[in-house]
Write a protein that binds this ligand. Structure first.
Ligand code: ZN
Length: 162
């Protein structure tokens, strides 16, 4: 029973994110990071000059790559994460997504600190995870550190769901 006048409370949200280096990853994790780094070459980013690559590992061991694809009408472009996820789901609709790696390249170098997915990509990641009832591991590459998130739900607390 709620009392309208005395119900204020705090919700403390936590997210489990491991900070690690490349050498600490297993061979699958290293592999998709390598592939995501390579995928930045296929980025079409003449407006931002910010190249992002992604690699998605599916349950059948297939690996799907994506990169950011920009457009002169800015909102018409698409992030690397969703490019790969939507391709994976459209080509392999029966295969759960096991993991996704993301790498970003700017001004001649990979970024030092990991770039994290935008809000829209987080929403899509969560729905893909829910669709296949399988947690998606997210690996975000930086030259100095790598962020490893075992469950993409940690990237989007209070997600839109109904
Ligand atoms: Zn995005």
């Amino acid at each position: 029973m709620y009392n309208n006048h005395f119900m204020m409370k705090n919700i403390n949200i936590t997210a489990k994110i491991q900070v690690c280096c490349y050498e600490e990853l297993n061979s699958d994790e290293k592999n998709i990071i390598d592939i995501a780094k390579n995928a930045v070459k296929c980025s079409y980013s003449p407006y931002s000059q910010f190249r992002v690559g992604s690699a998605v590992l599916l349950a059948n061991r297939e690996i799907v790559v994506g990169s950011n694809q920009e457009n002169i009408a800015y909102p018409s472009g698409l992030c690397a994460e969703r490019t790969a996820l939507f391709y994976a789901n459209s080509q392999f609709p029966d295969e759960a997504v096991e993991a996704i790696a993301v790498a970003a390249y700017h001004e001649g170098n990979f970024v030092d600190e990991p770039v994290t997915p935008c809000g829209a990509c987080r929403q899509v990641l969560l729905e893909v995870q829910n669709r296949y009832k399988h947690p998606i591991k997210v690996l975000l590459y930086g030259k100095k550190v790598i962020y490893k998130i075992e469950n993409s739900a940690d990237l989007l607390p209070l997600a839109f769901e109904f």
